[in-house]
Ligand binder design. Structure first.
Ligand SMILES: *Cc1c(COP(=O)(O)O)cnc(C)c1O
Length: 367
């Protein structure tokens, strides 16, 4: 047999792509860092968990149903979303997390030589999917920690297909208000697909924050992402969705592999959507947590960046990887930000007060 020639088989854009290495399972981390417990403040999860109605659905799932394929296109969940937003069920596509719908959009619109535009310091998956699919990802530097509309408009060329805006931005928490977003969309004038990732939509309390799903009739090139991983506490089940103009979504639908969303996720998400009380409770603990952290960090003299969303970024006088290890030894897991191009920064998920106090105490110990 001839030796396998990966060199010939693998495209150059895959060869040069650096694979992302996920964190080890909690049990392994606890052993590694000699800690009996772990506060997960690294992934912006909801520390209250899923809404009670969704937890009930999960408990009641009949095990024998595991042998049966789920609805291939999340039929009932799309109906529910359609009723909620007064749209056609076909204007929604459900994915295995919002992460999966990113791949649908890139596949639907990009071909050889095309590019996408996003920011340099934002959720990295837009850039990764474009790059490992062989398309150029143009990264426009943030301006004042926010997406730079003028900078993005300058980088658009004939081959630009998609612009990804993370609103509010992960990890900086900045957002474009409705006026700024509409001004941007007016200037794009339907020449490109504009994706607005609203993964943290349910956390935002500001009056001038735009609800992009309501703007879809006005802007047919607008595609909106939402997820059940953050506010709705279903990150482990992997479910998110996109919404858009009917023709646009019918095009994107061609690229999605059916059956990627499992039955429990579909049913739990369906139940979670009704629980307004859970949203209110979550918002309350996030607000209290933010107030507490602001006060403590000012007292400690540590610069921080906080905005909408259930997270805060903190600049440390030490290396972020070193800080990560030292906090892990105390059972506190944060996110290092060097990979997000914010060296010496950590991102911390806002949790309930006792855990935030433990975090501040841990931070004081290591600095
Ligand atoms: C967490 C997150 C997502 C992905 O969510 P999943 O539905 O879990 O894949 C997408 N965008 C942003 C900005 C996020 O922070």
């Amino acid at each position: 047999m001839k030796p396998l020639s990966l060199d010939r088989l693998v495209p150059s854009y895959i060869k040069s792509f650096e694979a992302y290495i996920p964190s080890k399972p909690d049990e392994e981390l606890k052993k590694l860092y000699h800690t009996p417990f772990l506060y997960r403040l690294n992934n912006n999860e909801n520390s209250l968990g899923a809404p009670p109605a969704a937890q009930e659905v999960i408990k009641k799932f009949t095990p024998s149903r595991a042998a049966i394929y789920p609805s291939g296109d999340s039929y009932y969940l799309r109906q529910k979303l359609a009723n909620r937003f007064h749209m056609d069920p076909d204007q929604f596509l459900i994915g295995n997390g919002a992460n999966e719908v990113i791949t649908f959009v890139v596949k639907a619109f990009c071909q050889k030589g095309d590019n996408i535009i996003t920011a340099d310091k934002t959720f990295a998956v837009y850039e990764w999917v474009a790059t490992f699919s062989g398309f150029e990802a143009r990264l426009v530097p943030l301006r004042d920690y926010a997406f730079d509309d003028e900078g993005i408009l300058e980088r658009i060329d004939k081959r630009t297909k998609i612009i990804f805006i993370c609103n509010p931005n992960n990890p900086t928490g900045t957002y474009w208000d409705k006026e700024r977003l509409k001004r941007f969309l007016d200037r794009i004038d339907n020449r490109n697909i504009v994706v607005v990732d609203e993964a943290y939509f349910e956390f935002v309390e500001k009056e001038d924050y735009p609800d992009c799903i309501s703007l879809i009739p006005e802007y047919p090139n607008l595609v909106v992402f939402r997820t059940f991983s953050k506010m709705y506490g279903l990150a482990g089940l992997r479910i998110g969705y996109l919404a858009g103009n009917l023709d646009v979504v019918n095009t994107i639908r061609k690229t999605c592999v059916v059956y990627s969303v499992n039955a429990i996720a579909q049913e739990a998400a369906h139940a979670a959507l009704d629980d307004m009380e859970h949203i209110a409770k979550t918002r309350k603990y996030v607000k209290d947590g933010k107030d507490f952290l602001r006060k403590e960090l000012i007292r400690m003299g540590l610069p921080y960046i906080i905005g909408e969303g259930n997270y805060i970024m903190i600049r440390l006088p030490i290396n972020d990887t070193l800080a990560y290890r030292k906090l892990m030894n105390q059972g506190i897991m944060v996110r290092t930000m060097t990979g997000f191009r914010f060296p010496n920064h950590i991102r911390v998920t806002i949790s309930g007060l006792p855990i935030m106090e433990a975090f501040i105490n841990g931070l004081k110990k290591i600095l």
